[in-house]
Design a protein around this ligand. Structure first.
Ligand code: APR
Length: 168
């Protein structure tokens, strides 16, 4: 992937972002959850879940695998698409970093295929999936270098996560 994306870091709520793609930190069921996932479905409305259900009824009958990404409508959000990706659950005994990088690479590739110019990422895996924030930030920053879009915005929910991501 080649590009010269501008990378931004902001403290905020990802569901408020006005970008082409909002990335959801989903789970393999694609049928909703807490955290970012819950917020996206709450604010985006039922059309997102309807498309997720259709995906599960079709090509994604077994669910979405960790590290993979799939797009749906963004419903009532101020975005054109939600790209759902499944981050790895943190493990102290197994290095799953490549899967966390895959989430970013696959979301970016899908965004570019859709013709998106801008994309907002949350801090994937750092909530319910317990990935240490500094390490997740390092992986996410590395994986979004040379992104094939114009703008990558990391939307961090609290100051501590923001500082981990925005630190030079
Ligand atoms: N905007 C931006 N960031 C948010 C928001 C929001 N509205 N809500 C939560 N966050 C932050 C969390 O504080 C955390 O830093 O997003 C990061 C990721 O947290 P989670 O949403 O818990 O995602 P993850 O750790 O990848 O766990 C995924 O949680 O919601 C379920 O269905 C989802 O089972 C899956 C799991």
């Amino acid at each position: 992937m080649e590009g010269v994306a501008t990378i931004e870091y902001v403290v905020g709520d990802i569901t408020e972002q006005e970008v082409d793609v909002i990335v959801n930190a989903a789970n393999s069921s694609l049928l909703g959850g807490g955290g970012v996932d819950g917020a996206i479905h709450r604010k985006g409305g039922p059309d997102i879940l309807a498309e997720c259900r259709a995906l599960r009824a079709g090509h994604y009958g077994g669910g979405l695998k960790t590290g993979q990404a799939v797009a749906t409508t963004a419903g009532r959000l101020r975005a054109r698409w939600v790209v759902h990706t499944v981050g790895p659950v943190w493990s102290a005994t197994e290095d799953r970093s490549a899967l966390l990088a895959d989430c970013h690479h696959n979301a970016l590739r899908l965004a570019a295929e859709l013709g998106a110019g801008s994309i907002a990422f949350p801090a994937i895996s750092t909530g319910i999936y317990r990935w240490p924030v500094e390490d997740a930030a390092r992986i996410a920053r590395e994986a979004t270098k040379n992104a094939p879009v114009d703008l990558v915005r990391f939307v961090l929910f609290d100051q501590r996560t923001y500082e981990a991501f925005a630190r030079p």
